[in-house]
Ligand binder design. Structure first.
Ligand code: ATP
Length: 205
């Protein structure tokens, strides 16, 4: 089974990388593909270019076994729905897929395009991210509970909660520190810190 971890990664930080490593290890995945989103339906387009977000992500993971870059959504140059992305990936990959989602992102799943069908194409691993509660308010009653498992032995349709290391960092926090002229050391991988400094990213308003 492979993991698919989508996000804006604007910029990628140690919370993302650590979460991917934790899930890779706990679910014994053959790999986790980290996939930057293009213009997502839920977000405004970040000021830093897609090329730069991708470059930082590659720098963050290039020496980590089993973490791979997936450029599918950026290559499409349009807003991508996770459902469509999974349809495309299923044609290309001969392994079951588990979608990695932070608990915060998972809470909004019922607002996603064809959200129920997403579970027909993949499993979902909910990352228990510190500071964010898993809210099931938007789901039909028992919808999540009835799909929860302790171990992933199905190819799709199941939800598993995966506890991950506490890394209290967000991209918002990293951007805010940079704008305020503060250090981001240890919040992002060293190579990402250097890239941001070299290109003067996230400084201007
Ligand atoms: P922003 O602060 O701009 O909202 P973010 O830090 O939440 O960004 P995203 O790229 O939006 O990062 O997140 C991609 C995925 O990574 C989401 O599913 C999110 O829940 C998860 N994630 C982000 N930060 C962490 C963290 N510190 N620990 C675990 N998961 C995280």
């Amino acid at each position: 089974m492979i993991g698919l971890f989508g996000g804006t990664f604007n910029p990628v930080h140690v919370g993302h990388v650590r979460a991917a490593i934790d899930v890779r290890d706990q679910l014994a995945l053959s790999e986790v593909r980290m996939m930057p989103a293009n213009i997502t339906p839920h977000r405004t387009q970040p000021r830093v270019s897609s090329r730069q977000r991708a470059a930082m992500l590659k720098l963050a993971i290039n020496d980590i076994a089993g973490l791979k870059y997936e450029g599918l959504e950026l290559q499409r140059k349009q807003a991508s729905y996770t459902y469509d992305t999974l349809m495309l990936l299923r044609e290309r990959i001969d392994q079951p897929i588990v979608l990695l989602m932070g608990a915060d992102a998972f809470s909004f799943l019922p607002s996603w395009y064809r959200w129920k069908s997403i579970l027909k194409l993949a499993n979902i691993a909910v990352l228990r991210r510190p500071g964010s509660r898993l809210s099931l308010a938007a789901f039909p009653e028992d919808w999540v509970q009835s799909r929860l498992v302790q171990q992933l032995d199905s190819k799709q349709g199941k939800i598993i909660k995966v506890p991950i290391s506490r890394t209290e960092v967000s991209s918002t926090d990293v951007r805010a520190r940079l704008q305020a002229g503060k250090s981001i050391r240890y919040l992002v991988p060293e190579a990402v810190e250097s890239y941001i400094a070299k290109h003067g990213l996230y400084i201007e308003n």
